[in-house]
Design a protein around this ligand. Structure first.
Ligand SMILES: Nc1ncnc2c1ncn2[C@@H]1O[C@H](COP(=O)(O)OP(=O)(O)OP(=O)(O)O)[C@@H](O)[C@H]1O
Ligand SMILES: [Mg+2]
Length: 328
């Protein structure tokens, strides 16, 4: 890094992808269905994420026991991430009941007032993209660190699960709880074997075995996590560009910024040994295919994510959000 680019990187870190809007109506609320949540209710200061356990009208004991077990795991996962020093929005986790009396898990989450990195990273200049990716990678090295120990955790490091705000990277998606260990009744800790690691929501149909094994590696192993971050970083940084504009994606400035940011941060945080294998992966056919595949997926998700963010802004602001966003 040259002294000049270093000072540039310093100067952008104060804003770190923040897209800010004036607030008018503090009582406004947007309710939507997203991912697996039966309801996501967004207001100015908080988001209530509701998960109905079992059938929407389940009243029998089994569903209540299941809801209780999942709540315990979720709280344990949140505390473990906290103990690793991971930056997350303040979150209250509660067992509750739906209108129909079915057991639910409710997460009342502090709203971080910015769009996810899936929106902010593609909109940023290459120098800022370096900062954003470095910040995300730094936060994820805390998760990687746990994976070498007795109480490992996993995280889905898709870039829609991060929000950059106030110079910090927040991990915003802690459901389902990805604990790589079990706490036995006698209090003993037991590492789970790879095949028992939870990757998908318990309430959806199981994925094909090959896909499960791939995700177990991406979420829970140091090598897989580093690859997942790098692939997402390159694909998202280049989301508004043609990957083949200069013959190969690694010639794009955004791709280079994103890759360098991952490598530099891994080295800086004590994971220098991960850089060479990661570089080999990204240079391989498998790595290139992974970037291409992810790029197409990110491109298709960018516009809906952007418009969801815009409708949230319109809810709390009298101005059309677009002008503010593009003015950055
Ligand atoms: N704490 C938060 N602050 C601000 N926005 C948030 C927060 N948590 C979630 N969101 C917004 O809600 C969306 C969905 O949240 P979350 O990632 O928890 O659910 P999900 O099931 O993964 O849904 P999706 O598949 O849409 O990502 C996020 O992409 C983000 O736009
Ligand atoms: Mg998510």
């Amino acid at each position: 890094m040259t002294p000049e680019s270093s000072s540039k990187k310093q100067s952008v870190s104060a804003t770190l992808g923040q897209l800010e809007f004036p607030v008018l109506d503090r009582s406004a609320r947007l309710v939507l269905q997203s991912g697996l949540y039966s309801r996501l209710s967004i207001s100015q200061d908080e988001i209530v994420k509701t998960i109905v356990v079992g059938d929407a009208s389940a009243r029998e004991g089994g569903a209540h026991d299941e809801a209780h077990m999942r709540t315990v795991s979720l709280v344990r996962y949140q505390r473990r991430l906290e103990s690793l020093g991971v930056c997350m929005p303040k979150t209250r986790i509660e067992e509750s009941l739906s209108e129909l009396g079915a057991p639910t898990i409710e997460m009342v989450v502090e709203r971080i007032p910015n769009a996810t990195a899936l929106v902010t990273l593609p909109l940023a200049a290459a120098g800022d993209q370096y900062q954003f990716v470095a910040c995300i990678t730094r936060e994820m090295t805390k998760v990687i660190h746990s994976q070498y120990g007795e109480m490992p955790v996993g995280y889905d490091s898709g870039f829609d699960n991060f929000i950059l705000y106030g110079g910090c990277c927040y991990l915003i998606d802690i459901y389902p709880p990805r604990l790589g260990y079990l706490v036995r009744d006698d209090g003993c800790i037991e590492r789970l074997p790879p095949e028992r690691l939870l990757v998908n929501y318990p309430e959806v149909a199981p994925l094909p075995p090959g896909k499960i094994a791939e995700l177990q590696r991406c979420y829970y192993t140091p090598e897989g996590t580093a690859e997942h971050i790098a692939v997402w970083a390159i694909a998202t940084a280049c989301a508004r560009q043609d990957l083949d504009a200069h013959g190969h994606w690694w010639r794009l400035e955004s791709a280079q910024s994103a890759t360098e940011a991952v490598y530099d941060t891994l080295r800086h945080e004590g994971f220098a040994r991960s850089v060479d294998p990661l570089h080999s992966f990204l240079s391989s056919v498998r790595g290139t295919q992974a970037v291409r595949h992810r790029h197409a997926r990110v491109q298709s998700r960018f516009a809906p994510a952007f418009f969801q963010w815009e409708s949230i802004c319109n809810l709390f602001s009298p101005q059309p959000a677009k002008d503010h966003v593009w003015a950055r």
